[in-house]
Design a protein around this ligand. Structure first.
Ligand SMILES: C[S@@+](CC[C@H](N)C(=O)[O-])C[C@H]1O[C@@H](n2cnc3c(N)ncnc32)[C@H](O)[C@@H]1O
Length: 313
């Protein structure tokens, strides 16, 4: 599923973000991640801007994998205030599981300082539009992160996003949707559902269903790719069930896909994408079948995505 399934604030969305953590951690490409780790090795300090940060999944992974230097300023940006508030509330406990002590500072932004031995990670939370924040903070950061985010952004805006990086700064866009939403066992409507889902994503001026591969053509001259690889989500049953909260993750994905396809099917301007073939009853049947397969522990889901790492001059 693409990040286009982001309905904004709400407990369901936050539970979805929590549930996708185990799926993301399996999917993240280790070669690209290790290349990032190599690029960061030997640095004493780092300033990071994490756009569309959600509950802070990328920060958590960096901490869990000891990928950051000892002195870090880490800024989480999200336009959804409820999700950002939840990120701030839950950070101390989540970092505590990794051995960090957390103290909230007195600054107006309500930042959090994480300490573990010699490590100090100062986390700031900024509610706002990622492009506006990145443009306002020109050449201030060493690393720009955007996980499951680029499909929500017009590729033409990539150079605005990268403008927050200093010369030599790195950008890392893991879990970037790249046009594949597949299920097993097969259902006769699957191809039409995927086409209409992509058409729904592509109807607005944003990278949409081809976000991953679009990066290669949209990079400004000062940016180069250092590493790229697939990071597909693969969710499959074990013993007629799913690990952790992945059954919820699947239900959320199915509802998001069906919701988008349903909107597309009733859009009078939609003439492409196979939407015409999808009458509401058939779509309801597809969704009911897929939900039943989740309950029975029979559904497998694969989404094609890319991890992308690069540098700016
Ligand atoms: C699919 S979620 C990914 C969250 C997190 N990066 C993760 O992987 O768990 C996309 C997030 O981007 C945020 N978002 C979408 N468009 C945005 C924008 N223009 N500026 C800032 N945040 C945005 C949404 O509120 C949502 O939290």
């Amino acid at each position: 599923m693409s990040s286009a399934g982001d309905p904004g604030a709400g407990d369901d969305f936050q539970r979805y973000l929590r549930a996708k953590r185990t799926v993301d951690d399996r999917a993240i490409d280790r070669r690209v991640f290790d290349r990032l780790r190599e690029e960061l090795a030997g640095r004493e300090s780092l300033r990071v801007l994490d756009v569309g940060a959600g509950l802070g999944a990328s920060l958590r992974r960096f901490l869990a994998r000891d990928a950051l230097p000892d002195r870090v300023e880490y800024v989480l940006v999200d336009r959804d205030g409820a999700t950002l508030a939840a990120a701030r509330e839950t950070l101390p406990a989540r970092a505590g599981e990794l051995g960090y002590e957390a103290s909230k500072d007195e600054s107006p932004d309500g930042g959090v300082l994480l300490s573990r031995d010699d490590e100090r990670v100062r986390v700031e939370f900024v509610r706002g539009d990622a492009l506006a924040v990145a443009s306002d903070r020109e050449r201030e950061y060493d690393l720009l992160v955007g996980q499951a985010f680029l499909d929500l952004v017009d590729p033409a805006a990539l150079s605005d996003l990268l403008s927050c990086l200093r010369a030599g700064g790195l950008w890392y866009f893991p879990i970037t949707y790249d046009g594949g939403t597949r299920f097993a066992p097969a259902h006769p409507l699957d191809d039409a559902v995927e086409r209409a889902y992509h058409a729904h994503m592509d109807a607005q001026p944003k990278a949409g269903s081809a976000a991953g591969r679009a990066v290669f053509g949209a990079l400004p001259d000062r940016a180069a790719v250092l590493a790229a690889a697939g990071s597909d989500w693969v969710v499959y049953p074990r013993d007629r069930g799913y690990p952790d909260d992945e059954a919820y993750f699947l239900r959320y994905v199915l509802d998001t896909v069906a919701g988008a396809v349903g909107e597309r099917a009733t859009d009078p301007n939609a003439t492409d994408g196979g939407a015409a073939a999808l009458d509401p009853d058939a779509l309801d049947d597809w969704l009911a079948t897929r939900r039943g397969q989740v309950e029975a522990g029979e559904l497998t889901y694969v989404a094609h995505q890319l991890d992308l790492l690069g540098r700016v001059e």
